[in-house]
Design a protein around this ligand. Structure first.
Ligand SMILES: [Zn+2]
Length: 505
């Protein structure tokens, strides 16, 4: 397929022919048609003509595409409508961890918003979700230290069991990896609180990789420490910021290992603990967590769609997750993705873009501590045999758009890349091979649906991720809307041109 740039060049070449005089053209045409009848069999001539027509169509279409893309960006940047929708979600619903009252209010809110926009179909998909509550504010302090005690800022890691009601007090052993716990062994670990002090690697430019390099201590650290007799765990928050806001997140207890309480410390609190332990290795840590596990609760994925005009049974999914951690408004994670998804349908309707395929916005429940919404959605899609052309997720924040990652065949990737010149001012400057999102991963695994992940700028993402600072004020209106416009543009192009030539699909 031609890139728009190549297409434009052909367009210019065609226009350059026009100044020729009529007689010259007629003479040339006559000579050419005589020559072509003599030289080529009929099929080849037919093919030549078709290619010529195609070129003409493409030239016209690209102009149309440029106009549509401009209209999408203009609509978003002038109205800021999704930004104000995000404000409503953050300020009037707020935190919405699965199983909480906030999550149920968010479900009702999302359904009402989509119905209010007049989408063709809006419905809820039932899903049972885990229900964990943080309880009273966490207390973590260094005790037995000269001059009294030092309070540290901490958050229970999501899913942590509570401490005893009176708290626990124990000596601390500092480690930097899961392997180090094993190397130290039971003699060094038993009866202690293990402090995982692995820092976010500041030298990694893409912060997702920095996060990935350190998140193991949060997810797997507690069970690893418990295997060797630890009574509790604290970690340095897996985050890129240097303030003292602690960052929560999920953990995974191993079934056969005792469940011990675990908390994440703010960056400066972790530094403070390191300094104290250097001078007074016998200093002890006090922890009090009052978290609680409840039985699974009924919740919902919220789904809205515009029915396709030509291929209504082929779905293009655009999604984000509606749940958030309990300590923040979940503005970037993933209120931004939620309004990005709704915004694609909203913008299409406002601009009168009638999609060929069914465009479906899915706001998944429970990405943060269970992924039950994504798993349920994939199960239902498999059972009902629904065909998804492709699924895109936005779950990397409402920051300036940069690119997409796409888990698609190479020829499809090339087609996507040929559209890059249509994104104004390099709003989207690359499309990587490989990408998706946590919620659409099960759909890919269960049904083979290709997936795309939206990639915004990552430099501030892990300053806010899972922290109390992830609030509406941390989102910039233009950046959020540019991201939404970029996603809407890609969905528009996929809907119009498909993944492959349709005869081959
Ligand atoms: Zn998220």
């Amino acid at each position: 397929m031609l890139s728009p740039h190549q297409g434009n060049m052909l367009g210019i070449a065609r226009k350059a022919i026009l100044p020729f005089s009529l007689s010259l053209i007629l003479a040339a045409a006559l000579a050419f048609s005589l020559a072509i009848s003599a030289t080529f069999p009929l099929e080849v001539r037919a093919q030549t003509q078709t290619e010529d027509e195609q070129t003409q169509t493409q030239t016209q279409t690209q102009t149309e595409d440029e106009q549509t893309v401009t209209a999408i960006f203009n609509e978003r940047l002038t109205t800021g409508e999704m930004y104000y929708l995000l404000e409503d979600l953050c300020k009037n619903i707020g935190p919405r961890l699965s199983g909480s009252e906030g999550a149920e209010r968010a479900v009702a809110w999302a359904k009402e918003v989509m119905e209010g926009y007049g989408f063709d179909r809006v419905y809820l998909q039932e899903v049972m979700v885990p229900h964990w509550e943080r309880g009273d504010p966490e207390q973590v302090r260094i005790v037995d230290v000269e001059g009294g005690m030092i309070e540290l800022r901490a958050l229970a890691i999501g899913g942590s069991v509570p401490t005893a009601q009176t708290g626990i007090t124990a000596p601390v052993v500092v480690v930097h990896s899961l392997e180090e716990v094993e190397e130290l062994g039971r003699d060094a670990i038993e009866g202690k609180i293990v402090f995982y002090n692995r820092a976010f690697d500041q030298t990694v430019i893409g912060t997702g990789a920095g996060y990935g390099g350190a998140v193991g201590q949060r997810a797997a650290g507690p069970s690893q420490a418990a295997k060797f007799g630890a009574v509790g765990v604290v970690i340095r928050s897996v985050a890129s910021n240097f303030d003292d806001a602690p960052h929560t997140g999920g953990l995974r207890y191993l079934a056969a290992v005792e469940r011990i309480p675990a908390a994440a410390l703010g960056f400066q609190s972790a530094d403070r603990l390191v300094r104290v332990l250097e001078e007074q290795p016998d200093a002890r840590l006090f922890m009090h967590l009052s978290s609680k596990w409840h039985p699974d609760a009924l919740s919902h994925n919220v789904i809205g769609e515009i029915r396709g005009s030509e291929r209504p049974n082929e779905i293009i999914l655009v999604g984000g997750h509606l749940d958030s951690w309990d300590v923040s408004e979940g503005a970037h994670d993933d209120g931004a993705g939620s309004v990005h998804a709704i915004g694609v349908l909203r913008t299409f309707m406002k601009l009168g873009i009638r999609p060929r395929h069914t465009i479906r916005a899915v706001l998944f429940m429970n990405e943060e501590n269970g992924l039950r919404g994504g798993i349920k959605y994939a199960e239902v899609a498999k059972e009902t045999g629904e065909k998804h052309l492709i699924a895109l997720e936005s779950d990397a924040g409402g920051f300036s758009p940069r690119g997409f990652g796409a888990s698609v065949d190479d020829d499809v990737l090339e087609r996507f890349r040929s559209w890059l010149p249509l994104f104004p001012q390099n709003t989207i400057s690359y499309i990587n091979k490989g990408g998706g999102g946590a919620d659409i991963g099960p759909l890919r695994r269960e049904t083979g649906t290709p997936t795309i992940g939206f990639i915004p700028d990552s430099q501030r993402a892990f300053d806010y991720h899972h922290a109390p600072t992830d609030v509406f004020e941390a989102v910039n209106r233009r950046e959020l809307e540019l991201g939404g416009a970029s996603i809407a543009t890609l969905i528009y192009l996929i809907d119009k041109y498909g993944l492959k030539d349709e005869m081959a699909q």
